[in-house]
Design a protein around this ligand. Sequence first.
Ligand SMILES: [Zn+2]
Ligand SMILES: [Zn+2]
Length: 435
Amino acid sequence: MKHALIAAVLSLAATPTFAQLPAPLKSDVTTRVNGMYPWLDTIYKDLHAHPEIAFQEVRTAGKLAAEMRKLGFEVTEKVGKTGIVAVLKNGAGPTVLVRTEMDGLPMEEKTGLPYASRAKAVSNGSESFVTHSCGHDIHMSSWLGAARTLVEMKAKWKGTLVFIAQPAEEIVSGAKAMLDDGLFKRFPKPDYAFALHSWPLAHGTVGFNNGPVSSNSDSIEIVFKGRGGHGSAPDKSLDPITIAARFVVDVQTVVSREKDPKEFGVVTIGAINGGTVGNIIPDSVQVRGTIRSYSPDVRAKLLEGVRRVANASAAMAGAPAPDVQLVSGGAAIVNSEALVSKTEAVFKDAFGAANAQRMPAMTASEDFSLFVNEGIPSMFFFTGVYDPKAVLDAEREGGKPIAFNHSPFYAPVPEPSIKTAAQAMSLAVLNVLGR
Ligand SMILES: [Zn+2]
Ligand SMILES: [Zn+2]
């Protein structure tokens, strides 16, 4: 206990005090990002029109790799299938990681934009349209913008940049693929890591928070086993439909009666498959769902509760134990408090306090958490992409709703959204590099 206390005091004493980013550096970033905007706009519209789905980002990766080489980065391709790692060493100083994702989604774009995607791809044997409806094209463009800004300002900082372009974020697999391929063994391990995500906020604004900013995600797959028979003779069979129905209702009491009501936690059953017609009792019913949470304790409680209610629902009917599979789909991203406070000061200074605000965690899940969980102080923040008037109108009762990420109508306004994102990322990185 004593030792822990001493260690805590020591680590407090060792916490570096961060100097404020000098004003000329800030205006330098703004001037450079504004100056290179036509380049970013062209890249954005090209990426938007040519999206690729998870682990098929070959054209995208090739394009990013070529641009990063032109900027002077040492680029390694095919890290974690289609991922790329671009390293730039510039003297002794901290190593900073900046992540972008590259994948689009298998869905049709309905924005009607002149540069809308008509691309198609085959996934799991079936062909579908592909769209950048999560804004990963905004992230890639601002990632390039930040890289170029930092290269142009090379004389003003010291350290190592590790810019990574990750595949397959949408299927929560790309970060793992890169780590399994030796990301932090073959390349310098970062002291800090940053990633940003476009969000339906007003453009020109950034949002962030301490602690959890995305959720733990676990999927549910349960097969309730019964004994099929004639619908007129339930006594001669064992009905898995009633067992599944009871489970779907009762499992919600794990959320409402067992979890701390102040903590976030969701259990959703999104699919029930069983039976063919009304007069046959089927042999089995499959139930699928998702579990979301922020804290590890809530996560453990929900997982245990779902399993217990599934077993109990079957036991109540005298049925065999169900086949319960709870598969982890990703951990929550937990931002570093020290890094967020330090970056918050710079964001408020650069964009104005009203345009750089704390926001609640998102209930979605993100595999940037895998990099954070390697013990790297990290910050995941959000940048706005919509006209502030449209955002205000959407908040008004009866106002026109704006399309959220993953909507076929998701249509970020490129300028100034990309500028703000590139500026914010450049400032966040400059702020932790040596000088
Ligand atoms: Zn997404
Ligand atoms: Zn995304």
